[in-house]
Design a protein around this ligand. Structure first.
Ligand SMILES: NC(=O)c1ccc[n+]([C@@H]2O[C@H](COP(=O)([O-])OP(=O)(O)OC[C@H]3O[C@@H](n4cnc5c(N)ncnc54)[C@H](OP(=O)(O)O)[C@@H]3O)[C@@H](O)[C@H]2O)c1
Length: 348
């Protein structure tokens, strides 16, 4: 195994970015050379202080130009929204880019962004990889890998289950929790673009199995709060939306084949109360022999399992970082990465 040390810039230190920053500081194959922050309270702080680790000597900055000018092998971007202009500048400056904000896998709905990124990769002789738990893992490489345990596949169901009361996230208001149920059903808060981000994950599975997606359909059902639900930044009033179940289904040969379910709830005082157990990703494959896999964090002290989708989103990028840096120039998907062999995970 090559002993190369990869010089890395961490861009943004929210929930996902903190997981990767911690990993980079601790991984002996990584040299942290820069940290970009937006929050003025974080500017000037040592990277170690941002994640409760010893001082590193790397000082967080909001000066993008300074970071673009320094020499680095890779930038791991975990900002709020994808910034394709920034990605192209970084790629042209000779830095590989991994983004948890997408664009994820090249997709017919994001042709322009991907074409620009491809051009920048060619000019900078660099690579780009979009990473995440879903899209990026649970609905694409995981079911495709599990398909090798099957003799025949009739249908595949991928389900994301998150109790957002127990695992607070930025999406509570954005997703329309607390809205009038009929109003939300008529005009969902989740962007109509959302299934487009997941389309290529679906295509990776369906095309990987030798078939073609004919259409993708969307369903939404809501659960009402049976009492006022208090969370860290607000209250969901009784009778308003306290749970949402989105389903996107890819049709193959005239029938539903691959469905993605998303159960996002705010606690358990809901009607209906979907009985899904703790937060997890669940893959069910119907066929011969039928299969079920649950991907979840280990049990915590309270006997329940935490939702780890956010740290996993970053770590999927961090563990692929050496492979992305060593890959050919261009947009690199899971298919090109193949079996990733992470570096520096086993250590004292
Ligand atoms: N594919 C997947 O499965 C998946 C799953 C989860 C998340 N994601 C994506 O990963 C990214 C990071 O998610 P996260 O949960 O870590 O989000 P987060 O906790 O809100 O962190 C986002 C960070 O972006 C920076 N930022 C830049 N401009 C900002 C602005 N105008 N307002 C507020 N913050 C701004 C801030 O960094 P500083 O604090 O350093 O200033 C902030 O902490 C998001 O794009 C999210 O959509 C993808």
């Amino acid at each position: 195994m090559s002993e190369k040390i990869y010089r890395v810039i961490q861009w943004a230190t929210g929930t996902v970015g903190q997981a990767t920053l911690r990993h980079f500081i601790e991984n002996p194959f990584i040299e942290l050379v820069g940290v970009h922050v937006t929050n003025p309270e974080k500017v000037g702080k040592d990277a170690g202080d941002l994640v409760g680790l010893p001082v590193t000597g790397v000082i967080a900055t909001n000066d993008a130009e300074q970071l673009i000018a320094i020499e680095a092998d890779c930038v791991l971007f975990a900002g709020l929204v994808a910034d394709v202009d920034l990605f192209c500048r970084l790629l042209r400056s000779g830095k590989n880019v991994i983004s948890t904000a997408g664009p994820f896998i090249p997709n017919k709905w994001f042709e322009e962004a991907n074409a620009r990124i491809e051009d920048a990769c060619r000019e900078g002789e660099t690579s780009y990889h979009g990473c995440g738990i879903h899209p990026g893992f649970s609905g694409d490489i995981l079911p495709l890998t599990l398909s090798r345990l099957m003799s025949r596949i009739d249908s595949i169901e991928v389900t994301e289950i998150i109790d957002k009361l127990r695992n607070p996230m930025i999406y509570t208001e954005i997703m329309g929790f607390g809205r009038d149920p009929d109003d939300l059903l008529a005009k969902p808060s989740r962007s109509p673009d959302a299934p487009r981000h997941f389309y290529q994950s679906m295509a990776m599975v369906v095309e990987g199995l030798g078939k073609t997606i004919e259409k993708v359909t969307t369903d939404l059902e809501v659960a009402k709060a049976t009492q006022d639900i208090h969370y860290d930044t607000g209250v969901i009033k009784q009778g308003t939306v306290g749970g949402q179940h989105f389903t996107w289904t890819a049709w193959v040969d005239g029938a539903p084949f691959l469905s993605y379910h998303f159960y996002w709830t705010m606690g358990r005082n809901l009607d209906p109360l979907w009985d899904n157990g703790d937060s997890c990703y669940r893959i069910r494959i119907k066929g011969d022999p039928p299969l079920e896999l649950k991907l979840m964090g280990a049990e915590a002290e309270d006997g329940r399992t935490p939702f780890l989708g956010l740290p996993w989103t970053g770590l999927l990028g961090a563990t692929a970082l050496p492979a992305v840096c060593d890959a050919r120039p261009g947009v690199i998907t899971h298919i090109e990465l193949g079996v990733v062999r992470p570096k520096g995970l086993v250590r004292k």
